[in-house]
Design a protein around this ligand. Structure first.
Ligand code: GLU
Length: 480
C-alpha cells in the first residue's frame, strides 16, 4: 500500500450538506492533514433519480466556507479525475464485464413481475440467482435480442466475510446475508455501490472514512476488491448521530443541514467545532478548538463507537463562546443583518445595541426575541417583580418606582454611568439594596425578566422620554 493516506469525502448530491456529511468530510480532512496525506472530494451522482439541482454547488461552497480544503476534486482537478461520477459513466461497464468474465458477477434478465414475486428469505425479498444458471448461448441470444438486463454481483452463499474496521474492530457478516446486489442498472449506469468501489480503487483511495450505516455492507465491497484482485483500503466508520436516545438525526427532521445553522446565525467555526465532537474527543478533552487545533489533536483512537447525541444546548453554548470572543467590529458586521430583520431596525444606536447583545446571545437568530421589547411594550405580568434573589416584590416595586422616576428625571447626562450612579445613590438614601432598585426598574422598562443589558443600559438605549413614559406606565400598572 502506498504509505501516504489518500482519503475521500464522497457525498451524493441529494440535498444540502447535512451534519453527518459534514462530519465525514471533517474527519477525512483532519486525518489527511494529521498524517500528511491527501483529502479528495468525489461527487457520487450516478443515481440520477435522487439528484437535487444545485446540491453539488452547495456542497462545494460549504466545504470552502468551513475551510475543508480538498487536494483533489471536481473544481480543482487532480491526477485521478474526473471527480464527478456521472462524468466517468463509461468507465464502469468494462469493470462489470471483467467480473462477469471472472464469475464474480452475472447478467440478469428477470423482469419486474418475477422480481416482485420472489419469496421472502428471513423477512427480506432476495434475488434467487435465477439467471446465474443461464448458459453463455442463452445470454448471447438474449443480448442479441436486445432484452434489457442488469449485472449482479455473485455473492458466495456459504461461509462468512470478515474485515477489520479501525473503530469497530473485526466485523463478520454471514455470506448468506449478502444479496446479489445490482452493479449495473438496466440503463447501463452503475449503482452507487459499484461505482463507489471502482472509483475508490481508480483514485487510489487507501482509507475509507464514512458513517457506520455502511459497516455491514462493507463485506460486499470487499468481495468486489477480492474479485478484481485489488488491494482493499483501511476502513474507519463513524458512529451514528442521534437526535435523542431513539431517533437518528435526519435530514427529514429539518435542522440537520449545515446551511440552516448558518442562516440561523451560528458561526461556521463553531458549527464545525461542535460537529467535530459528535463522535470524537481529543485526549485532553478540550472542547473549544479551531480547525488548526483539531488537525493537531485528531486521532482515530479518539473516535467513539457509541452513538453521538446532537445536543442543541451544547451547540448553543459553544457558539455563544465564539460570539463572546468575536472582535466588536466583526460582531457588529455579523449582527447588523439580523438586527435589520427585526422591528428595531434603524431605530437605535447600533454600537450601543450591539454592545448589549454581544455577551448575551448564543446565536444571531436570537436577536429578534432579545430586542423586540424595545418596540413592543405594554401590559405585562406584574408577578415579574417578585424575585427572592434580588429581594424584590410588588410592594417594593410600587414604593421605589416613583422615586426612580423622579431621580432619573433629574439626571443631566443621559448616559449609563450617570444613570447608574444616580440609582445607586437612591438605594443608599432609601436604605435598600441596589438590586431592589435595579430589578424593578428593569422590569418597569421592559416588561421582561430577561433583557440584554441592565436597567440603566436599557434606559440609555431607549432614551429619556421613553424611559419616563414606561416608568409611568409601570407605576400605573402596579397600582391597578
Ligand atoms: N455517496 C455515499 C454517501 O453519500 C458515500 C459513502 C461512502 O463514503 O462510501 O453516503
Amino acid at each position: 500500500m502506498n504509505n501516504q493516506i489518500r482519503t475521500r469525502f464522497a457525498p451524493s448530491p441529494t440535498g444540502y450538506l447535512h451534519v453527518g456529511g459534514l462530519r465525514s468530510a471533517l474527519y477525512g480532512y483532519l486525518y489527511a492533514k494529521k498524517t500528511g496525506g491527501k483529502f479528495i472530494l468525489r461527487i457520487e451522482d450516478t443515481d440520477q433519480g435522487r439528484l437535487v439541482e444545485g446540491a453539488t454547488e452547495k456542497i462545494l461552497a460549504a466545504m470552502k466556507e468551513t475551510g475543508l480544503i480538498y487536494d483533489e476534486g471536481p473544481d480543482v482537478g487532480g491526477n485521478y479525475g474526473p471527480y464527478i461520477q456521472s462524468q466517468r459513466k463509461n468507465e464502469y461497464m468494462k469493470y462489470a464485464l471483467e467480473l462477469v468474465e471472472k464469475g464474480a458477477a452475472y447478467y440478469c434478465f428477470c423482469d419486474k413481475a418475477r422480481l416482485e414475486n420472489l419469496p421472502d428469505v428471513n423477512g427480506a425479498r432476495r434475488y434467487d440467482k435465477h439467471c446465474l444458471s443461464l448458459t453463455k448461448e442463452q445470454i448471447k441470444a438474449k443480448l442479441d435480442n436486445g432484452e434489457p438486463f442488469v449485472i449482479r454481483q455473485n455473492m458466495p452463499t456459504v461461509g462468512s466475510t470478515t474485515y477489520h474496521d479501525c473503530v469497530y474492530g473485526d466485523i463478520t457478516v454471514a455470506n448468506s446475508e449478502l444479496e446479489d446486489q445490482i452493479l449495473i442498472k438496466s440503463d447501463g449506469m452503475p449503482t452507487y455501490n459499484f461505482a463507489n468501489v471502482v472509483d475508490d480503487h481508480l483514485m487510489a483511495i487507501n482509507c475509507v472514512m464514512r458513517g457506520n450505516e455502511y459497516l455491514s455492507s462493507t463485506p460486499k465491497y470487499n468481495l468486489l476488491y477480492d474479485a478484481f484482485g485489488w488491494e482493499k483500503p483501511m476502513y474507519i466508520h463513524m458512529p451514528v448521530i442521534m437526535r435523542d436516545a431513539q431517533h437518528k438525526l435526519s435530514k427529514r427532521n429539518g435542522d440537520a443541514a449545515y446551511s440552516d445553522f448558518i442562516e440561523k446565525g451560528y458561526l461556521r467555526e463553531a458549527v464545525l467545532n461542535y460537529i467535530a465532537l459528535l463522535g470524537w474527543s481529543p485526549k485532553n478533552n478540550q472542547e473549544k478548538m479551531s480547525l488548526i487545533e483539531m488537525e493537531n489533536l485528531f486521532s482515530i483512537e479518539g473516535i467513539n463507537k457509541s452513538p453521538a447525541i446532537f445536543d442543541p444546548m451544547k451547540m448553543n453554548w459553544l457558539n455563544g463562546l465564539y460570539i463572546k470572543e468575536m472582535d466588536f467590529d466583526a460582531f457588529m458586521d455579523y449582527a447588523t443583518p439580523f438586527i435589520q430583520k427585526t422591528k428595531v431596525a434603524g431605530k437605535y444606536d447600533m454600537v450601543k445595541l450591539c454592545k448589549l447583545l454581544q455577551g448575551r446571545i448564543e446565536f444571531f437568530g436570537e436577536i429578534g426575541d432579545k430586542v423586540d421589547f424595545l418596540e413592543e411594550f405594554g401590559e405585562y405580568d406584574t408577578e415579574l417583580y417578585i424575585n427572592q434573589k434580588q429581594k424584590s416584590d410588588k410592594e417594593i416595586a410600587a414604593t421605589v418606582l416613583p422615586h426612580v422616576l423622579e431621580t432619573l428625571n433629574s439626571v443631566e447626562t443621559w448616559e449609563n454611568s450617570a444613570l447608574y450612579e444616580a440609582l445607586k445613590n437612591l438605594a443608599v438614601s432609601l436604605d435598600l439594596k441596589n438590586s431592589q432598585i435595579l430589578w424593578p426598574t428593569r422590569i418597569a422598562l421592559s416588561g421582561r425578566d430577561s433583557t440584554p443589558g441592565g436597567a440603566t443600559e436599557l434606559a440609555e438605549l431607549i432614551g429619556k422620554d421613553e424611559t419616563i413614559k414606561r416608568l409611568k406606565f409601570s407605576i400605573d400598572l402596579l397600582n391597578k
